[in-house]
Design a protein around this ligand. Structure first.
Ligand code: HEC
Length: 140
């Protein structure tokens, strides 16, 4: 029997999910779900760099090494900002606005001194800069 083209394509797409079996053998994940998954991956990357930065501060790493962490956070934030993770375009615009605010806070931290005590103070500011968007958008 010949599958209709759309069903065949859906079956092929469903087979691309790696080790996780798709919930339905014929349905590809809706784009929003895929976007959210990618968005969460970027968030996890940011979180890991914030944690690693704290460890680097504890280990008294050099300022260029500390700032390399900030660059990685910027890359992940820019990638996340490019993902339309809401189904309402006005909300996507609002999230992007939060990212603009975050990226300008981050730019300030990238330009600041991270030497000695400054590093710990800036690390706290970095953590705070994640919060306004989470307060508005992160589910409980
Ligand atoms: C412009 C908005 C925005 C900014 C800025 C932001 N986040 Fe998020 N973050 C979100 C949203 C929205 C979610 C929830 C995603 C979802 O629907 O599960 C989230 C979720 C997360 C999660 C949970 C991921 C999971 O496992 O489900 C972590 C961890 C996280 N963010 C870390 C950070 C860190 C660290 C920063 C700052 C360096 C940051 N975020 C800045 C919007 C933002």
């Amino acid at each position: 029997m010949r599958l209709p083209a759309a069903a065949a394509l859906a079956a092929i797409l469903a087979g691309c999910g790696g080790s996780h079996p798709a919930p339905s053998p014929t349905a590809a994940p809706p784009p929003l779900e895929a976007h959210l998954k990618e968005f969460v991956l970027q968030m996890k990357a940011m979180d890991l760099q914030v944690e690693n930065l704290q460890a680097d501060l504890g280990a008294k790493k050099s300022e260029p090494e500390l700032k390399a962490r900030l660059s990685r956070i910027r890359k992940a934030a820019e990638a996340a900002a490019a993902i339309p993770c809401r189904d309402v375009e006005a909300e996507n615009r609002d999230v992007r606005h939060h990212f603009d605010v975050f990226l300008s806070d981050l730019a300030r931290l990238e330009g600041a001194s991270w030497a000695g005590e400054d590093g710990a103070a800036n690390w706290r500011l970095l953590g705070k800069s994640c919060m306004p968007c989470h307060a508005a958008y992160r589910p409980e």
